[in-house]
Design a protein around this ligand. Structure first.
Ligand SMILES: *[C@@H]1O[C@H](CO)[C@@H](O)[C@H](O)[C@H]1NC(C)=O
Ligand SMILES: *[C@@H]1O[C@H](CO)[C@@H](O)[C@H](O)[C@H]1NC(C)=O
Length: 363
């Protein structure tokens, strides 16, 4: 009888070991694509007040009805990689993604990049997040004025895209910290900061939770995990008939063609749907930024300076461009529960394997 139970016990032990091994493989996949946690569906953490639509947007709903066509998508990463391969600089300054996993999150240098209107209050950044450097660009100053933060954009156009690109261009290539987070100026609360995917919609909570090792491994993470708005198919450039209320969607392929130096006919072949959670807040590693030459970022900014499309429209187009600029597929929608776990360490019991991943727990 005792022998029987020993047998059962050792079989159970072997099963547990297998599961742990599988779990660590699952989490350690090095490319940007994360496999779903194995096992049954994991219920999402409850976000009591989760807002599924932009307070200011009424036109989101209809897009949610259609079926995403992710399986039909060509591989844009590949295309973009090929495009930039010849001019990709050696990344002498930054950690490569291979080394990144070894860097300790506590020793990483990190910065917050932000645009603000003069009237917006951003003292909270330095006060609540002193362990982060910050670069805060005032976007609406008259041409001859100096900025109280020491940083400004030349023009007030295309929303956060202008300060984000200005920061990248001004600091390329030697002045980047290991990791950067691109943020909006509203700290917290609903509705001002409704897009922050954290307790009290608070960006400070969001950054405290942010797993820097995940950012370093992936190179880019969207700071919003909640899939709405943005997923599964926010931008359908070839919608027939066109939706007159979705101007950003209609001009998207023209901007894309210009950004990536492609004829429109190529864009037609390559881009069917573009989707990612909304709102243009993300984290990137230095190594990821350096995968594109400075000239490309300059070309994007020149486009923004010269375009005649209005601020809102071009700003919205860029919102759905960053993930592609930073090497993701056009449809970059992962399960919110996976994203919450991997990006913010908010794991339901089924997927909380982080001890293993850091080598501190089960070793
Ligand atoms: C700057 O642009 C914003 C829109 O992003 C607008 O609300 C604001 O009035 C503009 N300010 C100036 C001084 O042009
Ligand atoms: C900036 O320019 C405006 C008009 O263009 C002028 O009235 C103002 O005095 C200038 N300010 C400074 C600090 O030069």
């Amino acid at each position: 009888m005792a022998r029987h139970w020993m047998r059962v016990g050792s079989i159970a032990a072997v099963l547990v070991v297998c599961l742990l091994v599988l779990a660590s493989i699952n989490l350690l996949r090095p490319d940007g694509t994360i496999s779903k946690p194995f096992g049954v569906a994991v219920p999402e953490e409850s976000h009591e007040h989760e807002q599924t639509n932009r307070p200011q947007d009424k036109q989101q709903d209809e897009a949610q009805q259609e079926t995403p066509a992710t399986d039909k998508l060509p591989n844009l990463d590949q295309l973009l990689d090929e495009q930039t391969k010849t001019s990709t600089p050696e990344s002498t300054a930054g950690p490569t993604s291979g080394l990144a996993a070894e860097a300790s999150p506590t020793t990483l240098s990190k910065a917050i990049v932000m645009g603000k209107l003069t009237r917006e209050e951003t003292d909270w950044v330095g006060e609540a997040l002193p362990e982060w450097q910050n670069a805060i660009y005032v976007v609406d100053l008259p041409t001859n004025a100096t900025s109280p933060t020491g940083l400004r954009t030349k023009i007030n156009k295309s929303k956060e895209a202008m300060p984000y690109l200005t920061y990248i261009i001004d600091n390329y290539p030697a002045n980047f910290p290991d990791l950067m987070v691109f943020l909006h100026s509203h700290r917290k609360g609903y509705p001002q900061a409704w897009h922050n995917d954290a307790k009290d919609y608070d960006a400070v909570n969001m950054l405290h939770d942010l797993r820097l090792d995940t950012v370093m491994e992936r190179g880019y993470v969207n700071l919003r995990c909640v899939e709405n708005p943005g997923c599964p198919d926010e931008i359908r450039p070839w919608r027939d008939p066109p939706n007159p209320e979705k101007l950003p969607e209609q001009i998207y392929p023209y901007v894309y063609a210009d950004f990536f130096n492609l004829p429109l006919s190529e864009v037609r072949k390559q881009v069917e749907v573009v989707a990612t959670p909304c709102c243009a807040q993300f984290a990137v590693s230095r190594a990821q930024i350096l995968k594109r030459p400075k000239e490309e970022y300059e070309r994007y900014r020149t486009y923004l300076e010269e375009t005649t499309y209005d601020d809102d429209t071009i700003g919205r187009v860029l919102e759905y461009m960053w993930h592609i600029i930073f090497g993701r597929e056009a449809v970059h929608c992962e399960r919110a529960s996976t994203c919450h776990c991997e990006v913010f360490g908010r794991c339901s019991s089924r997927s909380s394997n982080h001890g293993l991943r850091k080598g501190s727990g089960g070793g």
